[in-house]
Design a protein around this ligand. Structure first.
Ligand SMILES: NC(=O)c1ccc[n+]([C@@H]2O[C@H](COP(=O)([O-])OP(=O)(O)OC[C@H]3O[C@@H](n4cnc5c(N)ncnc54)[C@H](O)[C@@H]3O)[C@@H](O)[C@H]2O)c1
Length: 250
């Protein structure tokens, strides 16, 4: 039995990687999905593949005007909102002494402020629906951090704290808020940190040595957890950060 029949979802960063798989599974489970992203060719391909069930909205989640306009347009198309997935993200890698202030600001703006802005404009619609689920993509980097990842880790740690605070604020409205913390996932997203580590061969060796399950995850390993958190199966689950990381953070 499909678990998201009739549900209306907005997924940021849904054009590629983990977000694309979340969108695919949400549709398979019966949801209608609006995608907020900047990657035009990929979102156009998604609209074609899932014709009728997906609509793409060009949106820079770090800009308040884009967040407000996207929520207005997406909820008008969907007829309301039940699920928000804040998954858009960027990564920068480098030693703290060499990091430009502009790079720090960009990663905080997209990853942390983006979650806040999209939630700010989504919550009134979730309240109108008398409940819902917000799922924020954090990272194992937000729980533990690592060399060369101070800005990225700070942004992802902020997402965990934001998610828990928002969950407590919105619990009286039956809106659940959780964070998902993937470990290493095989997408081009990690190219900057792989290069900081000395290249993809070194990165693969580190993964093999440190991930208890001995391998990188794939978007297919991560996305089913979002279906669970979005569905009624998770009706008593809120204010948590969940690792989906092959045992990396334990
Ligand atoms: N790949 C990993 O190892 C890993 C691990 C932990 C967490 N994550 C997180 O998972 C999420 C998805 O990462 P991914 O690996 O699928 O990478 P990805 O690059 O494939 O996906 C990121 C998506 O976000 C979109 N995006 C970037 N900036 C945006 C902006 N300002 N406004 C709107 N959309 C924007 C991109 O166009 C892209 O579609 C990110 O939040 C990332 O931090 C990834």
């Amino acid at each position: 039995m499909a678990r998201l029949i009739g549900k209306r979802a907005l997924v940021t960063g849904g054009a590629t990687g983990i977000g694309r798989e979340i969108v695919r599974l949400f549709i398979q489970e019966g949801a209608c999905v609006a995608i907020a992203d900047l990657h035009e060719p990929s979102v156009q391909a998604m609209e074609k593949t899932h014709s009728g069930a997906v609509r793409a909205f060009r949106c820079d989640v770090s800009r308040e005007s884009d967040a407000a306009a996207t929520l207005a347009a997406a909820t008008s198309w969907l007829g309301g909102l039940d699920i928000l997935v804040n998954n858009a993200g960027v990564q920068v890698a480098g030693c703290v002494t060499e990091m430009d202030v502009a790079e720090w600001d960009r990663v905080m703006a997209v990853n942390a402020r983006g979650c806040f802005l999209m939630s700010k404009y989504a919550v009134p619609h979730l309240q109108q629906a008398k409940g819902g689920s917000i799922i924020n993509t954090s990272s194992v980097a937000g729980q533990r951090g690592g060399p060369g990842a101070s800005a990225y880790s700070a942004s992802k740690g902020a997402i965990i704290a934001f998610s828990i605070a928002l969950a407590l604020e919105l619990a009286p409205d039956a809106i659940r808020v959780n964070a998902v913390c993937p470990g290493w996932v095989d997408t081009p997203f990690n190219d900057p940190i792989a290069s900081f580590m000395g290249g993809s061969t070194v990165q693969r060796a580190v993964i093999a040595a440190t991930v208890p399950l001995g391998r990188q995850g794939t978007p297919e390993d991560i996305a089913p957890f979002y279906v669970f958190l979005a569905s009624e199966e998770a009706s008593y689950v809120t204010a948590k950060a969940f690792g989906v990381d092959g045992g990396l953070y334990s």
